[in-house]
Design a protein around this ligand. Structure first.
Ligand SMILES: *Cc1c(COP(=O)(O)O)cnc(C)c1O
Length: 398
């Protein structure tokens, strides 16, 4: 049975543990994993009826929905203050589904330029192939947003805290500009995390997460989720995703569901260590710059304090000596792993110019602020003193 009570008076931490729980006839305490793609109907008439209209606790096929996946969707929707959610196979299935399900040829989209490589691919190569016009702007410049939107603009897209340069979007101001022309505001909120961000309350219509990152938080499963109004999720996103096959697997949904229970603790510990690391590395030899929204030197420090409860778990470093300097630094790390996940319990260092953002042209990388010396750090759950020692030791090799 689904626990339908809307416990909106509960804090986010409590919702992350309890919201959306469905119990079988056995009354299990921990959420059950329904590793089934199909469902059995008592009669042919009941099957026919369910295909006409499924009730709130009735399922047809796991590509459309599954009890474990539904628990994850209900829990994250409650956490975000969204009316509804659709879980997807990966973060990119969520970004693609959120955009493609609502756009048609002739529509116009305005997007911030500072984007994860695969998000850039969808906007720059996929949407344009089907006749959607896309205008890229400097997301930090409100005049560029104002100049770019028009009556044809159906959606605006941005990463609230950009990958990897940690630029912030002034969400309430951009939402106001978009809503003035009737556009839907779609926000990739991965770096801001569900713990520290309140994007929907700040004016966003649709929030997208890669659950692969802080939601799993332990590097095990791919997943994603689209959050929005009941109307948008049920009438726009669901028909597109259930027929095109981007559904989340029940096993992955179970991992994500259990991970939501510990997400607040994990992300707060990671964020506290990120502050410690950014402060300890600021001004250290071998670094031209430490980019972290929590440092007073970040150009949008005040905006970060206004929009996010804490400045997040990611730190970017501008290592001296370009790519050679960055590679010497990466190769000297012992605890921090060279990889490209983020939000993980294990601290990770990434060289965006040669990996996650390799497919951009030199010009696009320069526009996005991704220099050859830039290293992205995802701070994990290790002792921050050990991390600082590892990072400083590696910087001494630069
Ligand atoms: C990782 C990431 C994605 C894609 O998520 P996957 O789960 O890897 O498909 C999208 N946007 C941002 C900002 C990301 O960091």
């Amino acid at each position: 049975m689904k626990d339908t009570a809307q416990k909106t008076q509960w804090s986010k931490r409590t919702r992350a543990v309890h919201a959306g729980t469905r119990r079988s006839q056995y009354g299990e305490l921990s959420e059950a994993m329904f590793l089934t793609q199909g469902f059995v109907y008592p009669t042919a008439e009941a099957a026919e009826q369910r295909f006409i209209e499924s009730g709130p606790d009735e399922f047809i096929y796991a590509r459309y929905g599954n009890p474990t996946v539904a628990m994850f969707e209900d829990r994250i929707a409650a956490l975000e203050g969204a009316e509804a959610a659709f879980a997807t196979a990966s973060g990119m299935a969520a970004v693609n589904g959120a955009l493609v399900s609502m756009l048609r040829a002739g529509d116009h989209v305005v997007s911030s330029r500072a984007l994860f490589g695969s998000c850039h691919y969808i906007l720059d190569e996929v949407l344009t192939r089907y006749g959607v016009e896309v205008t890229f702007v400097d997301g930090t410049n409100l005049d560029e947003w104002r100049a770019a939107v028009s009556a044809d603009t159906k959606a605006v897209f941005f990463e609230s805290l950009s990958n990897p340069t940690l630029e912030l979007i002034d969400i309430p101001a951009v939402a106001e500009i978009a809503h003035a022309v009737g556009a839907t505001v779609i926000c990739d909120n991965v770096f801001a995390t569900p713990v520290f961000s309140d994007a929907i309350a700040q004016g966003v219509d649709v929030v997208v997460y890669s659950a692969t990152k802080h939601i799993d938080g332990q590097g095990r499963c791919l997943g994603g989720v689209i959050l929005g109004t009941e109307q948008y999720i049920r009438k726009t996103v669901e028909p597109y995703l259930k027929h095109t096959g981007g559904a989340m697997s029940p096993f992955n949904a179970w991992v994500m569901l259990k991970s939501l229970e510990t997400m607040d603790l994990r992300v707060r510990a990671q964020a506290a260590s990120a502050v410690a690391v950014a402060e300890a590395l600021d001004g250290v030899e071998g670094l031209a710059r430490v980019i972290f929204p929590g440092l007073a030197s970040h150009p949008q420090h005040a905006l970060a304090e206004q929009l996010m409860e804490q400045p997040g778990t990611m730190v970017a470093l501008e290592v001296t000596g370009g790519q050679a300097g960055a590679f010497r630094f990466l190769n000297a790390l012992e605890i921090v792993k060279i990889s490209n996940n983020l939000g993980d319990a294990k601290s990770i260092a990434t060289h965006p110019a040669t990996t996650t953002h390799q497919r951009l042209s030199d010009e696009q990388r320069a526009e996005a602020g991704i220099s050859s010396g830039l290293v992205r750090l995802s701070i994990g759950l290790e002792d921050p003193a050990d991390l600082i020692a590892d990072l400083k030791g590696a910087l001494a090799q630069v």
